[in-house]
Design a protein around this ligand. Sequence first.
Ligand code: NAD
Length: 433
Amino acid sequence: MKIAIIGTGYVGLVTGVSLSEIGHQVTCIDIDDGKVERLKKGISPIHEPGLSELMSKNIEEQRLSFTTNHQDGIREADVVYIAVGTPENEDGSADLYYVEEAAKEIAKYISKDMIVVTKSTIPVGTNDKILQILQKHRIYDVKVEVVSNPEFLREGSAIHDSFYGDRIVIGAESEEAATVIEEINRPFGVPIFKTDIKSAEMIKYASNAFLATKISFINEISNICELLDANIENVAKGMGLDKRIGEQFLKAGIGYGGSCFPKDTKALIQIAGNVKYDFELLKGVVNVNQKQQRILIDKLNSYFFSLKGKRIAVLGLAFKPDTDDMREAASIKVTEELIKQGAEVIAYDPVAVKNAKGVLDPRVQFASSIEEALGGSDAAMILTEWKEIKTMDPQLFHCMDQPLVFDGRNCFDPESMKNNQVEYHSIGRPAVA
Ligand code: NAD
């Protein structure tokens, strides 16, 4: 199949590379000249394990190419994927500007029957609107169909998820269109669930909202555990043994971030609101998460009289490990608050520093190693559970004048910190000194 993909961000690029790896001829289109130039040279603009290798291989084998020219990419394609961003509007709803622009570009250049697949996360009913745009703006009288194929990859394991995901959802009105997209995806060997378009659109939002709910739920339980001297790790383990609950997404911490959960939960509240439904539970989930992101700062504030002049080492900046994505990362709010309270912030992250420099307060300093960040600091805060951080020797905390750690991701066993004479405050577990 000849496939064009509009948007080469986390989703578009991973989709393009994966589809080329299973044998399709893929052209990825992006409006960002610089990005496309780098991609043509085989340089990935994002940190994603396994992506660069697979990308170079498929460029070399001439199944994968990149362009800024929509016409070049779309003209020859049998199927065009839309994988542009759907960021958050000020009121929390999804901003569909890029999707609309992409649909107009497709309409301009379709010259044969075509299926347009939406990978972007878009509110229920948006595929219908895309179809209207395609029909209104197309120049040739060709048959166009729209298929919803929401993306479920997780940043940090996106390539793995393409080949070993739990399901591929295909929402289509016609059986023929659904079958074409099913055939395209069959070589992945991932279970395929076919449904109608609106249900497919909702599956994406409902899945993210449910996962966010699990996180906010366990975070609330962890806060109660702290007040009652219970241990959240033991509680989560005991809960997770029940197969109806499951052990995943029961990790207490300083809340969810990233480019999906924060915006998709708010968008679903809006989607429900548009049909006069008050999604009270999800509003609670969002509020709990906002509160949770402050929890380490609150702990620091109750420890020190004042943060003025204190040097705080921040370990981990990306919103989660194995990615350089800083969108809605907890580190943004935490470092902002530290600076506001007069602290000196020295941050370390193994891969996200370049992106972090673009979004964090310019007063944040950056260290090139954990030791450098800890040296001379009054306290360390752990915000991302990078393997390098989780597996570090706790003795390294003695680089600080007094080893004092506030861990927002429960990276260490409190007992081992105690044995290493490190004062350790974590989430939902008794502090050790
Ligand atoms: P992104 O911001 O990383 O990438 C979007 C890309 O689209 C950018 O490179 C941009 O230049 C390009 N673009 C915008 N308009 C264009 C146009 N008219 N023509 C060509 N290129 C254009 O976004 P992302 O993180 O890849 O997310 C894309 C969509 O997938 C969103 O709806 C998101 O919610 C959804 N999603 C994301 C993830 C994730 O983990 N990032 C997971 C599942 C679903």
